[in-house]
Structure formats: structure tokens, C-alpha cells
Design a protein around this ligand. Structure first.
Ligand code: DX5
Ligand code: ZN
Length: 225
């Protein structure tokens, strides 16, 4: 994990890929650090994406870290399934669990499966109540759009949350990565890096480019401080 912290982590979101050639689309970003897999259930968010079978298919064609973002209700029912499908990190939404005890129990369950545990937070949810629980997680995914769709505009005010997290993590010397998701592009990635993000999800900014590998390299260059 500390090795990963040596440079910015770029995580293309396959939600923006051409699904008729998913294998090609994953191989096109072989220079990326992680692959971000967006799971939507049509209830927690008003959209459906794909599920464990596609996740397992992606896992079968790459050794890249699979960063699985669960935008689903009752995430506790699904973590074994996604661990089996090859997730290296499972991120659930704090808005999808009953309370903090349930969140901590779920983080423990994910780690017990040998998978890194992350939580994600929607734009309208304050981060402060979660700061005293950071050691139970390996990653925090800050949403910089309302979850549910790719291609939305970046919400710069969400970087306050990133700064608060960065301070808390550094003050306590914790090994927790801060990742940002939504509207990340050549125009928004540097301010996110400056606010303290370690990992950057990008869907449209990579998959809508002709040269996807070059887009990954350019984002990494811009995020390197
Ligand atoms: C949104 C998803 C994102 C999305 C990002 O709910 O969590 O990962 O794919 O797409 P862009 O980079 O296009 O905003
Ligand atoms: Zn995502």
C-alpha cells in the first residue's frame, strides 16, 4: 500500500467504456493503476449498470487492482459475491447502511474476506461523523458528483471534504487512501491532487478519448505534484 502512495493512482471507470468490446477497453488502459467498477442497483441510485459476472470477466483479463464501487442497497448481502468475483477493494456507501456500527461491522467483514475496505460518501453527506472511524478502512471515496451517472460536472466544493480527510489521516499517521470520483478530467484533477487525493477515478475523460492510454498518462502527469 505504501508503494502505491508514491504516485497518483489513476482508476479508469469502465462505466464509460464501449461494452461491445469490454476486453479491448480494459486492455486499452493497461497503463492505469486500478480499474474502477461501478455497481448500480436501480434503487440506491436511479440507474443500473452491471454485476458480479461482468466484474469476474474483467478480473479474468487483467491483473490490475479491481476497485469495486457498490452503489447498492444492502451492501452487506453482496460483499462475499464481489470478493469471489475478484474485487481487490470493496467500497460501500455510508448512506446505504443503518448506522456507524453497521458500517464498521461491514468493513471488518470485507477485510476478513482478504479484500481492502472502503466507504464512499455522497456530496450532501458530511464527513465529520466518520473521521473517528478511519482506521477501520483502507480507502475513502469522496463523490464529486451525485452517484448514478458518468459524464456529470465536477463539484469543487467537495474538495473541502478531501482537505478535512487529508488533515485527519496525516495527523494520525493512518494508512488510508483518499480517492475522488465524478467529473475528474484534465481540468479538475490537479486541484483534487492539491487538496490531498491519492487516487482518481475517471470515466468520460479517459474512455471518450481516441487514445485512452495517453489520457491515463496525461491525467497522471497532471496529478503529480
Ligand atoms: C458515478 C460513478 C463514477 C462515474 C464517473 O456514479 O461512480 O465512477 O463512472 O464518470 P465520469 O468520470 O465520467 O464523471
Ligand atoms: Zn464510481
Amino acid at each position: 500500500m505504501s508503494a502505491e502512495k508514491s504516485g497518483p493512482i489513476i482508476a479508469p471507470s469502465i462505466l464509460a467504456a464501449d461494452f461491445t468490446q469490454l476486453g479491448e477497453e480494459v486492455r486499452a488502459v493497461a497503463n492505469a493503476d486500478w480499474i474502477h467498477v461501478d455497481i448500480m442497483d436501480g434503487h440506491f441510485v436511479p440507474n443500473l449498470s452491471f454485476g458480479p459476472d461482468i466484474t469476474a470477466t474483467v478480473d479474468g483479463i487483467t491483473t490490475q487492482t479491481l476497485d469495486v464501487h457498490l452503489m447498492i442497497e444492502e451492501p452487506e448481502k453482496w460483499v462475499e459475491t464481489y470478493a469471489k468475483a475478484g474485487a481487490d477493494c470493496i467500497i460501500f456507501h455510508v448512506e446505504a447502511v443503518a448506522d456507524k456500527d453497521a458500517a464498521l461491522a461491514l468493513a471488518q467483514k470485507i477485510r476478513a474476506l482478504g479484500v481492502r475496505a472502503g466507504f464512499s460518501i455522497k456530496p450532501g453527506t458530511p464527513i465529520e461523523p466518520w473521521l473517528d472511524s478511519l482506521e477501520h478502512f483502507d480507502e475513502v471515496l469522496v463523490m464529486s458528483v451525485e452517484p448514478g451517472f458518468g459524464g456529470q460536472s465536477f463539484m469543487p466544493e467537495q474538495l473541502d471534504k478531501v482537505r478535512t480527510l487529508r488533515r485527519a489521516i496525516d495527523e494520525r499517521g493512518l494508512d488510508v487512501l483518499i480517492e475522488i470520483d465524478g467529473g475528474i478530467s484534465a481540468d479538475t484533477i490537479r486541484q483534487s491532487a492539491e487538496a490531498g487525493c491519492d487516487a482518481f477515478v475517471a470515466g468520460s475523460a479517459i474512455y471518450k478519448q481516441a487514445d485512452k492510454a495517453a489520457a491515463v498518462d496525461e491525467l497522471r502527469r497532471l496529478a503529480t505534484l
